[in-house]
Design a protein around this ligand. Structure first.
Ligand code: KG4
Ligand code: ZN
Length: 338
């Protein structure tokens, strides 16, 4: 019996989870609401909140799993990429814990964690696992990538954004509209009540690359010009604006992902990262998958946004391969995918 305890603290969520023999026992996350009023994550406030939250969150994860400290076989943690001050809290905690208990330390790349979330199962859950090779559209607040996974540990980035991430496109639009951070979930919610009646130009970037900064600028100009005509434009048309913005982001992501599937001939597709919680993106990909006969895998929303369960399952697979880190391991804000 192998128990892995994991922490994730790369951005503004403090999370801890326990996995037993590859099965998820608990996943506890403390969200930081302090950033809402600043319109984005304030790194220093994030690291302080992680420090305050990490012990109670780990404690709650152990309690929920019904597992004692002494039965933990290894400690997994997010090494990067992310905010350095946030990562440092998790990395230091993991090192102290592993040293104190004399158990192996397992570093996990946050992006690998998002893909590993596709393999998360609770006891008795029977949902189908992705078959290798598969393509993942990894869409989060910091990344937008199409990744080919040949096996659990062999990954290749086929394309990525040349500027903003898809999550930033949502969050920056929300900021323009005066909505709190993070705006993605709110835009999703409002979009469901609106009609996509405004159109925005799609970027012209080659092959499997993405770009969202031009879109952000055209949204900014559109809102600015519309407000000149009608100072209540946002208030009166919020749902339609959100539906229109969501549609163009979903179109951009879907078209590139389908192109990648066609180009590689891979029919096994997966969605990962915080933006995969978007209902418009989920629905659209489900429709396209049915139409083109692809198998589409989407993790439950609680494993799409940042969480420690995904770090624990990635850590479990590394444990089986005895891929351990030593006490000299450091947090890496810019850790690459592979
Ligand atoms: O993976 P994640 O939790 O953190 C990062 O690693 O970045 O992703 C957070 C991002 C934020 O940009 C947030 O606005 C976006 O995911 N997001 C959404 C939705 N839920 C979260 N974007 C659109 N629709 C959603 N429902
Ligand atoms: Zn993430």
């Amino acid at each position: 019996m192998i128990h892995i305890l994991a922490v994730e603290s790369s951005c503004d969520d403090t999370s801890a989870a326990v996995v037993k023999d590859g099965i998820l026992l608990s996943n506890v996350t403390a969200n930081q609401t302090i950033h809402e009023k600043y319109g984005g994550v304030v790194p220093e406030l994030a690291s302080r909140a992680h420090q305050a939250n990490i012990v109670p969150v780990v404690d709650a994860a152990l309690h929920e799993a019904g597992v004692s400290l002494s039965s933990i076989d290894a400690f997994a943690f997010t090494r990067g990429p992310g905010l350095l001050g946030s990562l440092l809290v998790g990395v230091s905690f993991a090192k102290g814990f592993a040293l104190g208990r004399d158990i192996p330390l397992i570093e996990v790349n946050h992006l690998h964690g998002h893909i590993a979330a596709l393999f998360l199962r609770k006891k008795g859950e029977q949902t189908s696992l992705p078959q290798f090779p598969f393509l993942t559209l990894l869409v989060s607040g910091g990344h937008t990538q199409i990744i080919r996974s040949k096996d659990f540990f062999d990954r290749e980035i086929l394309g990525e954004t040349i500027d903003d991430a898809a999550g930033e496109a949502f969050d920056k639009t929300a900021k323009i509209l005066g909505l709190p951070y993070p705006g993605g979930p709110l835009i999703d919610q409002y979009a469901r009540r609106g009609r996509a009646i405004y159109t925005f130009p799609k970027p012209r970037v080659g092959d499997m690359s993405f770009s969202f900064s031009g879109l952000k600028t055209s949204i900014l100009y559109f809102i600015r010009d519309s407000l000149k005509q009608n100072p209540n434009f946002i208030k009166e048309n919020l749902y339609d604006i959100c539906a229109s913005v969501q549609k163009v982001i979903v179109d951009i992501l879907t078209e590139k992902f389908l192109y990648a599937a066609k180009k590689t001939g891979i029919r096994e597709l997966a969605l990962a990262g915080g933006v995969s919680a978007n209902s418009g993106l989920r629905e659209r990909l489900q429709i396209e998958a049915q139409k083109h006969n692809f198998r589409l895998h989407i993790p439950p929303i609680s494993y799409s946004t940042d969480n420690a369960a995904m770090i624990a399952i990635a850590g479990y697979h590394k444990f089986l391969r005895k891929e351990f880190s030593d006490q000299s391991v450091t947090a890496e804000a810019r850790l690459q995918t592979n």
